[in-house]
Design a protein. Structure first.
Length: 279
């Protein structure tokens, strides 16, 4: 990280299914990626520019950024001094439980808008962090559920099913399955297109239309996701790098830090911890 930047990414032991990130970034920029679960973030200082399929969101203090699962996005500083923010990453299961208890949404719950000005919800996100850092799991869990229920009540909707219907969409889904299966030794674009019986540029277009990014970008994101699961299970970073197909640990470190916001070692040290820790 550059001078003046800091970050803590962690999962409190008594809050399964919830990850927390509190950070200040100035020059750091998140490349296009997506999350398996949901994102609820609030900025306390500066401005964050979030690139979403519908355009760029300029998020400042008092606002809440909400991103549904598998939505590709980028993030970078919107002003020269960067941004400070607190983000909560609840799993899809946690949000589904809250939606079932507090809303009439049928199917997979989602947020209809990516950005709102809601100082109360922003304060609740900060309170989740404060309580978790103080080791108060009851308060953190309560504030999280109140915050998610509030935002689902005001902005919730049912996420549409994304079943492949065209030949291009089916090829994109098949290509994704091949890349997942051969993550440690993926085929070239030419070989992948030939295997699927399509052209390289047709596959590129279809994959980007379906997943919001080209195959090589998606593969890097998928490798980082799998590396996270390995780190969660206690695998050493160097071994995780080899398993998911990165050339070496520095290769993993570079992409992991860009996408997650902290290096693999710091991420692994922050798993299943309670109470305050120094930055």
């Amino acid at each position: 990280m550059t001078e003046g930047e800091w970050a803590r990414y962690w999962q409190p032991e008594r809050l399964p299914g919830i990850d927390l990130l509190r950070a200040r970034y100035v020059r750091h920029a998140f490349p296009r990626h997506s999350h398996e679960g949901y994102v609820f973030g609030t900025i306390t200082r500066g401005v964050e520019d979030v690139g979403l399929p519908g355009g760029v969101v300029h998020a400042g203090p008092g606002s809440v950024v909400m991103i549904n699962p598998e939505v590709p996005h980028t993030a970078r500083a919107g002003v020269s001094e960067g941004w400070v923010y607190s983000t909560v990453y609840p799993s899809s299961q946690v949000v589904a439980e809250i939606a079932a208890e507090t809303t009439a949404i049928k199917g997979t719950p989602g947020l209809a808008v990516p950005h709102v000005i809601d100082p109360h919800a922003a304060r609740l996100i900060r309170e989740v962090h404060r309580a978790a850092e103080e080791g108060d799991a009851l308060a953190a869990d309560s504030m999280l559920r109140i915050m998610v229920a509030r935002l689902l009540r005001d902005h919730g909707s049912r996420l549409p099913a994304r079943a492949p219907r065209t030949a291009g969409a089916l090829n994109a889904a098949r290509a994704r399955a091949v890349l997942e299966e051969r993550m440690d030794s993926p085929p070239t674009l030419q070989a992948l297109a030939a295997e699927l019986g399509t052209s390289q540029f047709a596959l590129l277009r279809a994959f980007r239309d379906r997943y919001g990014m080209p195959p090589h970008t998606w593969l890097t994101d998928a490798r980082v996701r799998r590396a996270r699961r390995l780190l969660d299970a206690g695998t050493a970073p160097a071994q995780a790098a080899a398993v998911v197909g990165f050339a070496d640990q520095p290769h993993l470190n570079r992409h992991f830090t860009r996408i997650v916001g902290v290096p693999p070692g710091a991420y692994q040290r922050g798993r299943r911890l309670d109470g305050p820790r120094p930055r």
